[in-house]
Design a protein around this ligand. Structure first.
Ligand code: NI
Length: 175
């Protein structure tokens, strides 16, 4: 089983809205396994299905390598059809995205959230999270709606990103 290719900004599929997952079958389980392999190879914390070209509403994450002590629910976990049911507080912290490699910027997110969805067997789950995990969930759910972290930046910061990005693209083309 080989890892999947992670789509990079400005790939069109990253801006599309994913369809909800209705069929929990072998093909889906296979996609999930491939996504975990891709996540670990890329050394990421979370990966949303559209980032590997599946326009389906689910994401995976594993925060266990980030914890000093493994906590319940830190991963590896699959959340199908995630929906935020509660949001509280706010926090500004640095974020990155596997689809925008090498770019890190501060993003404002809710500090604490409650999420509902299904696990990989289709069983209803509810997860409460704060801090990093809450941030990760909001970031991944954005991907399912075709939203990137860039959409949360001030126009000034977004313009700086665009300028740098275009410069890099020009440079790559000239080689
Ligand atoms: Ni991302």
């Amino acid at each position: 089983m080989s890892p999947l290719e992670i789509l990079k900004y400005p790939e069109a599929q990253l801006f599309e809205k994913s369809a909800s997952v209705s069929e929990i079958d072998g093909a889906l389980q296979n996609q999930i396994d491939q996504m975990f392999k891709t996540l670990y190879i890329s050394d990421g914390l979370g990966l949303a299905a559209p980032q590997v070209g599946y326009l389906q509403s689910f994401f995976i994450y594993d925060l266990s390598r980030h914890d000093d002590e493994p906590k319940h629910g830190s991963g590896p976990v699959v959340v199908l059809n995630p929906e935020i049911v509660e949001m509280e507080g706010e926090e500004i912290a640095e974020e990155g995205c596997l689809s925008i490699p090498g770019y890190f910027e501060k993003v404002r997110r809710a500090y604490r959230i409650q999420l509902k969805g299904q696990d990989r067997e289709g069983k209803d789950i509810r997860i409460e999270a704060e801090g990093l995990a809450a941030r990760l969930f909001q970031h991944e759910i954005d991907h399912l709606n075709g939203i990137l972290m860039l959409d949360h930046l001030s126009s000034l910061k977004r313009n700086i990103f665009m300028r740098k990005f275009k410069k890099k693209q020009k440079y790559a083309e000239s080689k």
